[in-house]
Design a protein around this ligand. Structure first.
Ligand SMILES: Nc1nc2c(ncn2[C@@H]2O[C@H](COP(=O)(O)OP(=O)(O)OP(=O)(O)O)[C@@H](O)[C@H]2O)c(=O)[nH]1
Ligand SMILES: [Mg+2]
Length: 440
């Protein structure tokens, strides 16, 4: 994993990309031509399967930057079937690497296709078409030399939307200048900006933490919060939204009181803002990190702090540290790793999933197979995924294949449906760019 502080502007990337799986290869119509056999049997092989487009999580990636200039992903087509019964070769899948935390949605329907969290996790986002069958497969005792072959099934094509959702395991929250960035800089390789003025940090920074006993997690340094943040004061809302995506909070408090604020007030103010933004944030496991313990008044202030917490019955776990002199760091990081073991896992997007499922069932099974509408000029128009696919898979070079196609239409109930709607002998019927006459 990259050990660098990354700014969130790169992080919140949301991109639309186009994926197209490979078409299946066409099946072949061929016959054996052997020296002493005047008209041999069928010998057309099947087409190969088209390549899938597969997204795979690579933990080395932390952003969607790679998709900025590369937005079309096409897998190869399957090879066509050949004579002498040879099948076309299937195409290899196209693997596209995405960072952990990538949510993949169908851009048109909003349907969630995959929530990719762990390294190596894969999702087929566009399925390659099946190879068309060659004429060998259509031979039967009644029709020993069929001139029927299927074209390959078209591969899926989709506009998809990628969104990076997981920000970090742990978030650092607290007032400005309490030492959040300093803490991140001493426990990870991240090098955030540190300053004696407020709002030094404008965008969250990330660092990888490795505890002594080998556990690791991603820690995010957030911009400072102030009273009214949940209403948009300061750098408010934007950043609370990022905090929302962390699983454990480290609440950093400046115990020195050098800025004239009272640590107890700080504690309540920040928690009130978190709660006002979203009640769930107060349920998130939280540790209090009492920072700047190297300063003269810190001991005294901490004592008061503990007393106040006890009095008010607040259950807090407090860790004394000095980010400056690097004291107490291991304990708090190790305890954080403990909390992560039991904190709820991502993904936590129940509401969104619910909505998407409703979208998914918008289509009824009937209108998925086919639909009949009428153009102003009186042409009957047949549409629908299944019927269009059948059309694309028909090889119109051969009468027999065409006949098979019309049998399939009849089998789906299209003739009957046309008749019910009032189609008359001789009416024009269109499917995709193919027109034919309705025959009673
Ligand atoms: N004495 C002392 N000073 C500290 C300690 N940690 C941080 N500081 C100082 O506090 C000031 C603010 O530190 P930052 O790490 O930038 O604080 P922050 O919480 O990230 O601030 P914002 O990004 O503005 O929200 C800097 O001058 C640091 O040197 C500490 O443990 N002891
Ligand atoms: Mg900072």
């Amino acid at each position: 994993m990259e050990k660098e502080g990354l700014s969130v502007s790169m992080f919140l990337d949301q991109v639309k990309v186009n994926v197209k799986a490979g078409n299946g290869g066409n099946g072949m119509v061929a016959f054996r031509r052997e020296k002493y056999v005047p008209d041999g049997g069928p010998a057309g092989g099947d087409g190969g399967t088209g390549g899938d487009v597969i997204f795979v999580v690579d933990e080395g990636l932390r952003t969607l930057m790679d998709f900025r200039y590369n937005r079309h992903f096409r897998a190869e087509h399957g090879e066509n079937g050949m004579s002498k019964g040879m099948h076309g070769r299937g195409a290899k899948a196209l693997f596209v690497k995405v960072p952990p935390g990538t949510v993949v949605k169908d851009a048109e329907t909003g349907q969630m296709l995959a929530d990719l969290v762990e390294h190596g996790q894969k999702a087929v986002v566009a399925k390659g078409g099946r190879g068309g069958r060659g004429n060998i497969r259509f031979a039967s005792p009644r029709n020993p030399a069929p001139e029927i072959a299927e074209n390959g099934e078209p591969g899926d094509e989709k506009e998809i939307e990628l969104e990076l959702k997981v920000l970090a395991d742990v978030g650092l929250v607290g007032f400005p200048s309490v030492g959040k960035s300093t803490l991140l800089s001493v426990v990870s390789q991240a090098r955030p900006k540190i300053g004696a003025y407020h709002f030094t940090t404008l965008v969250p920074n990330l660092g990888m933490i490795q505890t002594d006993d080998g556990r690791s997690f991603v820690l995010a340094d957030m911009p400072g919060l102030i009273e009214g943040a949940s209403q948009g004061v300061g750098l408010g809302i934007e950043f609370l939204r990022h905090i929302e995506r962390t699983r454990v909070l480290l609440h950093v408090i400046d115990m020195s009181g050098v800025e004239g604020r009272d640590p107890v007030d700080d504690y309540y103010t920040i928690n009130k803002e978190l709660e006002q933004y979203d009640l769930k944030l107060r349920e998130r496991p939280q540790l209090v990190v009492a920072n700047k313990m190297d300063m003269p008044d810190s001991e005294e202030n901490l004592k008061t702090f503990r007393e106040e917490m006890e009095k008010s019955g607040e259950e807090v776990e407090i860790f004394e540290i000095s980010a400056l002199t690097r004291k107490g760091l291991n304990q708090v990081m190790s305890r954080t790793a403990d909390l992560l073991e039991t904190a709820p896992e991502f993904p936590l997007y129940e509401e969104e999933t619910g909505e998407e499922e409703r979208v998914l069932y918008k289509f009824t099974p009937e209108n998925r197979e086919f639909m009949i509408t009428r153009d102003p000029d009186g042409t009957w128009v047949i549409s629908g995924d299944k019927v269009e696919k059948l059309y694309q898979m028909t090889n119109f070079q051969f009468d027999e294949s065409v006949m098979r196609f019309s049998r399939q239409l009849r089998g789906m109930g299209i003739d009957e449906a046309l008749r019910d709607k009032g189609a008359k002998n001789g009416d024009t019927v269109r499917l995709d760019n193919f027109e034919f006459e309705f025959v009673e």
